[in-house]
Write a protein that binds this ligand. Structure first.
Ligand code: FAD
Length: 346
């Protein structure tokens, strides 16, 4: 039995991929229910779409998402500075959707394939006993398995259990604002990501998609100090809009979009640049738990999906768990560390 901790993107995809190669797998998610909170939006790049194809969920994700065919960079007044198509000719293309929607599609498929998915099960510790991995849940339950996969995100408990000296997430110097605004700017296309290069305020990167739902989804990356938990807790849409409007005072286009926001989410951007231990004995980490990147390259979800496929293939192809985990790490370290470094530079 393989226990997967976390039913986010990496965990749900890993369960599907492992089940497809014949593994007996169960998923344990701390969240008490399958939350439908919209959350922030994300883009799936072609490598992520290929991973979804490999686990047979690409059509379901296509139905839940919209295509992103090009990107365009303008200055604050809307003058085009650059544009290019996204994706290779004949490739699966880029898509965009909310993170919560992607998780919901993956979790629905996990259930549809008969894979046990338990909500309200929080891992608090791990142990190794007699060559097996043990997950200790908050209620004291001990789950024993051949492999324990920590897909428990940026603040992974499994990571710190694997290596108590693991460096904590590193603040990369940007606050990230996500907002939605009713309506779309005139003349914008729904399959294009637009970036606004801020000429007056070099400290803000702004981008938006005019969605098919007649809503504008936007983000702003603002260089500045890490927001404290109190600041994050006290933030309201009105306060965040006021703060961003000030930062964007010289940029009429982005400022108008921000001022129309009906919902704003704010988070600090972190990464994990150097997680030395990805696995020990029969316990391992994947996805953000192992290699969170700041969001600039928009690759976190796609990398998590690729992890799932690579891990299942390693388990399928190797006779022993330790050999499979070594093969998996060998295959994945290069791409994910390159992405984390590239994202940190942006
Ligand atoms: C602001 C922002 C914007 C982003 N934009 C993009 C983008 O455009 N494109 C892109 O590809 N990526 C993007 N990403 C990155 C992407 O969201 C992450 O890389 C991706 O969600 C990682 O998936 P994961 O499954 O590893 O972790 P998560 O999605 O964090 O999932 C972890 C899961 O584990 C559960 N969990 C946590 N602790 C425990 C525990 N102790 N026991 C049991 N369960 C637990 C959590 O509840 C959660 O369900 C963005 C990230 C951020 C922060």
């Amino acid at each position: 039995m393989i226990h997967v901790v976390g039913a986010g993107i990496a965990g749900s995809a890993a369960a599907l991929a492992l089940h497809a190669v014949g593994a007996d797998v169960a998923v344990h998610e701390a969240h008490p229910d399958a939350s439908t909170d919209a959350g922030a939006f994300l883009t799936l790049a072609e490598n992520g779409m290929r991973a979804l194809q490999a686990i047979g969920v690409d059509e379901a994700v296509r139905r839940a998402s919209a295509p992103l065919r090009s990107m365009r960079v303008t200055d604050g007044s809307g003058t085009e500075l650059a544009s290019r198509p996204l994706g290779e000719p004949g490739g699966p293309g880029y898509r965009y959707l909310t993170r919560a929607r992607l998780c919901a599609v993956l979790q629905d498929e996990v259930r549809r394939r008969g894979i046990p998915l338990h909500h309200g099960e929080r891992l608090v510790a791990t142990a190794g006993e007699d060559g097996r991995a043990v997950a200790v849940l908050a209620d004291g339950t001990r789950l024993s398995g051949d492999l324990l996969i920590g897909a428990d995100g940026l603040r992974s408990v499994v990571r710190t259990q694997l290596d108590p000296d693991a460096a904590p997430p590193r603040y990369v110097g940007s606050q990230i604002f996500y907002g939605t605004a009713p309506g779309t700017p005139p003349g914008t296309s729904t399959d294009r990501m637009q970036f606004v290069r801020s000429t007056a305020t070099g400290s803000v990167a702004f981008g938006f998609i005019a969605t098919e739902h007649a809503e504008t989804w936007w983000f702003a990356r603002v260089k500045g100090p890490e927001l404290t938990p109190d600041q994050l807790a006290a933030g309201t849409t009105e306060r965040w809009v006021a703060l961003l409007s000030d930062a964007l005072s010289a940029e009429p286009g982005p400022r108008a979009i921000v001022r129309a926001a009906d919902r704003v989410l704010v988070t600090n951007a972190y990464d994990l640049a150097d997680v030395r231990m990805w696995h020990r004995d029969h316990t391992m980490i994947i996805g953000d738990a192992a290699h969170a990147a700041s969001p600039a390259t928009g690759q976190g979800a796609s990398m998590a999906l690729e992890d799932a496929v690579a891990l299942a293939e390693a388990i399928r192809d190797e006779d022993r768990i330790d050999a499979a985990l070594a093969a998996y790490e060998e295959r994945r370290r290069g791409p994910v560390e390159a992405n984390t470094a590239a994202s940190a530079r942006m």
